[in-house]
Design a binder for this molecule. Structure first.
Ligand code: GLC
Length: 746
């Protein structure tokens, strides 16, 4: 009989506490999840009783929902109590169960083409937040967007995107967090805690192995169990342990031959049996192929207008009436949905539209996240921060006079009044409004002018190359903003900056040796001009106050502290799959539908297995353009004194420079019994005054040292070596510890 421990393992708990304390560097932060496994157990007991009192007609009310929007003039409008948004699931007032009003998503309350005519505060992209390596940033962001969702009448936020960024060309990389399971899982757990602290439900998604957008509804991901458990599934497992999400959204793609939402292994064996998870699995929108998905672990059919039919309504009720197994499964489906409602407190804390939102305070949360996530990639001759004496500054390109680029798709957020500018990408579908190149937030040009009142700051769009070059020639410093749009539903052909921006940067750099490049990209990009510019910032999609954040770093009010959560390849030839499966063969289809009913597409993730990202570079020896964990500062740091004893590690960080800054120490496993194996096993973001030092203690989650075997995790006895790194490629001296072999199940 399994002890009901929920999904909180002791090792994860201590590792989480150690890291959260260190990441907060002294600021008090709730050390455990807002909703605890025991809250969920209590809610489960209540839910069992509620299900027992259900009447037959009520049994399939909460097992399916609609898109809360009218998809075409002749389709029925959603019920009046549905808030225009991603989803609506009717409630059961007789049992005191509220309807579920669902909005996207991880970066804020989605704009959805302005259906509600109300904007929201856009967080920086997932990668930007993750580049802070700071769970507090993710918690604060989740808490903020969850608060806005509640104020707009939503009690479910479809957030918690945590798919590992296996392929840097994936169109949704901007939404996700990292290529490493510990970093991604820790950060998404904090974000989910923040969202759910508003008494609303957060999802964690897209379960699982949704690693590309090309053919997303029919690509079959082939991967061995050990590789999955040690990488993508471990990110979800850590995120669920730390965040306690009350819903999991299963993905569109196929995993080893079975749709993720119809995958008995993923949903029943891994998630519900092995991990003991008590919430409910909702489908992605249009991801339900049959009624049998209920038996394979799906609990709720979302957005039924996008499926061939409503499976989880009358058809399910009939099955349950005729068959005891189905009836018991239907009880379990309802129990899981109602457990989530009770555990989040949706019944006791009902939502309603029209709540008050402090937009200034929320914008400040977005700005802080952007500042902590900007990565200084190059700073030759300390050209940055821009000295106050820079009298003539030429700002060029990137619509820097207007605002910040944002990623396309269901996660897209716009401010009050909608996008500042929008370029349609010609999607021919009811969802065209979701897929556009939209600019939001704040203009870096205005923010730079505000911080450099003494300077003459000119702007040129960059489309007239000669004019831009002429401006650069006349300036002390040229700042070129380069953008690359990314979107759900569409992977990137390559790593190249579009629209001739590489030529623009090269021409400006040739005209002015003091040229700084600011990148607003959703993904890693190639930089053919890198040798010709002294400074590069990766600002990602920096959200509602991105202009202020970028200016603050450029002018020096903020010391950049971001570290890459994803490797920047030197070329796609370094990747496990240089050609992205299906990209060249398929017409772009934002919904990822197969071109013909029996179209086939597969991607072999066993090439790299669990060696995703930096682990792959460690295995192949290839040198990336910029490694995982890389980032510069306006001060300098040293790390020493590493000791590892069993699963305990300690070391000291020093600020050896002249100004305050945050260091992000990274502890890597580097070998096991003499065999090279690189894995991030701990990290700590610590703010340090100039000259200050701080000792750090970390607990190592044993799963990060282990192999997955058919009987669970296995650590082989022997010598394990570790090293501190300023990034995955620059490691200090290794130290070893001897571990005794052990096997266990979570
Ligand atoms: C989308 C996305 C998912 C989103 C859902 C509702 O297609 O895959 O992330 O939450 O539909 O909009």
């Amino acid at each position: 009989m399994r002890k009901n421990r929920g999904v909180k393992s002791k090792a994860a708990m201590s590792a989480g506490i150690a890291m959260l304390a260190l990441a907060t560097s002294g600021t008090a932060q709730a050390q455990d999840t807002t909703i605890t496994p025991s809250d969920i157990a209590a809610a489960h007991a209540r839910a069992v009783a509620s299900v027992r009192s259900m009447q037959p007609a009520e049994r399939t009310v909460m097992t399916h929902g609609i898109m809360a929007m009218q998809l075409s003039p002749d389709s029925p409008p959603p019920p009046p109590e549905a808030v225009p948004g991603a989803g609506y699931v009717a409630g059961l007032p007789r049992l005191g169960l509220p309807a579920l009003t669902e909005s996207d998503a991880s970066l804020g309350v989605a704009w959805i083409g302005g259906l509600r005519h109300d904007g929201a505060t856009a967080l920086p992209s997932g990668l930007a937040q993750a580049a802070s390596w700071n769970p507090d940033v993710l918690y604060a962001g989740g808490r903020m967007i969850g608060g806005e969702a509640r104020a707009k009448g939503f009690n479910v936020l479809l957030s918690g995107g945590v798919n590992l960024t296996r392929d840097p060309r994936n169109g949704r990389t901007f939404e996700y967090l990292a290529e490493d399971p510990l970093l991604a899982g820790t950060l998404v757990g904090a974000a989910i805690r923040g969202v759910q602290s508003n008494h609303i439900i957060s999802t964690i998604k897209h379960f699982a192995l949704n690693g590309q957008e090309t053919g997303r509804k029919f690509v079959d991901i082939r991967i061995g169990e050990a590789a999955a458990r040690e990488s993508d599934l471990l990110a979800f497992q850590i995120g669920i342990e730390k965040g306690q999400p009350l819903s999991v959204m299963c993905a569109y793609n196929i995993v080893n031959g079975a749709h993720a939402c119809d995958n008995d292994w993923l949903l029943n064996t891994v998630l519900k049996k092995d991990w003991g998870w008590k919430g409910f699995v909702m489908s992605d929108w249009g991801a339900v192929p049959s009624l049998d998905t209920a038996i394979h672990g799906l609990d709720q059919q979302s957005g039924v207008q996008l499926d061939p039919k409503v499976f989880f309504g009358a058809e399910l009720a009939e099955k349950a009436k005729a068959d005891k197994v189905w009836s018991a499964r239907l009880d379990d489906m309802n129990t899981r949905v109602i457990t989530a409602i009770y555990a989040a407190g949706l019944d006791k804390h009902p939502v309603s539209p029209g709540g008050k939102i402090d937009m200034a305070a929320d914008a400040a949360v977005a700005e802080d996240a952007a500042k902590q996530g900007i990565v200084l990639l190059k700073n030759e001759g300390a050209i940055l921060p821009l000295a106050a004496h820079a009298q003539r500054i030429a700002v060029i390109g990137g619509l820097a006079n207007l605002g910040m680029l944002s990623g396309g798709g269901s996660s897209q957020v716009a401010g009050e009044g909608g996008p500042l500018a929008k370029v349609s990408v010609g999607v021919d579908s009811p969802f065209a409004a979701f897929f556009s190149q939209a600019y939001n937030g704040s203009a870096p040009l205005a923010a730079i002018r505000k911080l450099a009142p003494q300077a003459t700051v000119t702007f040129r769009g960059g489309d007239n190359l000669a004019d831009a070059v002429n401006q650069a020639k006349k300036a002390d410093v040229a700042i070129v903003f380069a953008t690359k749009w990314a979107s759900e539903g569409l992977d990137q052909a390559d790593l190249t900056l579009p629209d001739g921006q590489d030529a623009l940067i090269a021409a400006v750099a040739a005209a002015n040796p003091h040229t700084i490049v600011v990148l607003e990209t959703g993904n890693p990009v190639a930089m053919p001009w890198l040798g010709n510019v002294p400074a590069v910032l990766e600002a990602w999609y920096p959200g509602a106050r991105g202009g202020e954040a970028i200016a603050s770093v450029l002018m020096g009010q903020t010391n950049p502290s971001g570290r890459l959560p994803i490797t920047f390849p030197a070329s796609v030839s370094q990747l496990p799959r240089p050609v992205l499966d299906g990209y060249a063969d398929l017409e772009p289809d934002f919904m990822g539908n197969p071109p013909t009913p029996n179209a086939k597409l597969s991607a072999n993730y066993d090439v790299e297995g669990s060696d995703v990202g930096y682990r792959w570079y460690a295995r192949t020896g290839a040198k990336p353009l910029f490694p995982f964990g890389y980032g510069l500062s306006y001060t300098s740091f040293a790390e020493d004194g590493l000791k590892v004893d069993g699963l305990k590690a300690s070391f000291t960080l020093h600020n050896t420079g002249t100004r305050e800054g945050a260091d992000v120490a990274q502890l890597y496993l580097v070998s096991r019994n003499g065999a090279a194996k690189q894995r991030l096993v701990g990290f700590a973001r610590v703010n340090l005054a100039p000259g200050a030092s701080q000792s750090v203690d970390l607990s190592i989650d044993p799963r990060l040292l282990a192999d997955w075997t058919p009987s669970g995790w296995r650590i082989a006895g022997g010598d394990y070596s570790f090293a501190l790194g300023t990034d995955a490629q620059h490691l200090g001296p290794a130290v070893s510890t001897r571990l005794t072999g052990k096997s266990w199940k979570d």
